[in-house]
Design a protein around this ligand. Sequence first.
Ligand SMILES: NCc1[nH]cc(CCC(=O)O)c1CC(=O)O
Length: 306
Amino acid sequence: MTPLPHALRLGTRRSLMATTQSQMVADAYMQRTGRAIELVGITTFGDVTKAHLAQLGGTGVFVSALRDKLIDDEVDFAVHSLKDLPTTQDPRFTLAAIPARHDHRDALVGPRKFADLVPGARVGTGSPRRVAMLSALRPDLEYVPIRGNADTRIGKVTSGELDAVVLASAGLTRIGRDAEVAQIFEVEELLPAPGQGALAVECRADRADLVEFLGVLDDPRTRSAVTAERAVLNALEAGCSAPVGAFAADDGHTLNLTAVVVSIDGREAVRKSAAGSPSEAANLGRLLATEMISAGADRLMGEQSH
Ligand SMILES: NCc1[nH]cc(CCC(=O)O)c1CC(=O)O
């Protein structure tokens, strides 16, 4: 009998959301290929620091520790939330699979729907994108910066410190907290972060065998959609903490993309849509960003830092 190859080592952050989504991916590979996969928990700087994420230079704090373990050959591959990945791809790594996306939308957690919150109600979110777009809808609410894992954030509603918090719907489903969702925002109200709800399976670019193996979970329609969304963010030279939303959908023939940049007070916005071929996803995103810049998007982004 041929001996079984060693189990593949999947590096994951240790939070409940990260381990749950990593286990989902591991199970999917085991089901498709029969290959054993072992989760390896890694503590990242973003998990231990108490500083506000925006002050850490935003992107990549959750990602770099996992990448270090790939380089040191302590793990074979890693699963990230795609929205946490910097838009400039590091050539040492390959996104071997982008599995089918889960819910891309944002959700309100708490006892009341957004329209039913009383004026002055305290809504927790650390995301300038969410603050800007929600301020446009309800300038009468107070938006409170928060961070920490989803459990900690939801705990602030349970304790009465906040009236509601806004989190990604996909993450809430993964950690089994759907029941506490009062409302899911449609993209017309609150455009999601580029890549939200999608996962990224990453390994070293020099592991060709592994790139091929991991590719079985790739969903081409999700890949084209998030490629367009991330191209917008990249061309705007914005990071994950910028008030930028983008959402694309690929129906197998056409890729429809919408993106927005909002001033942090929610009073001004540049919103544009475009359609094109899924094979031209990155170009579609770049072109849309160029149009947005012509329409004043860079001015809106510049103003938020003052
Ligand atoms: N920035 C943290 C982060 N990265 C991915 C998700 C949610 C899950 C996803 O988008 O796949 C979250 C939490 C949140 O925004 O509520």
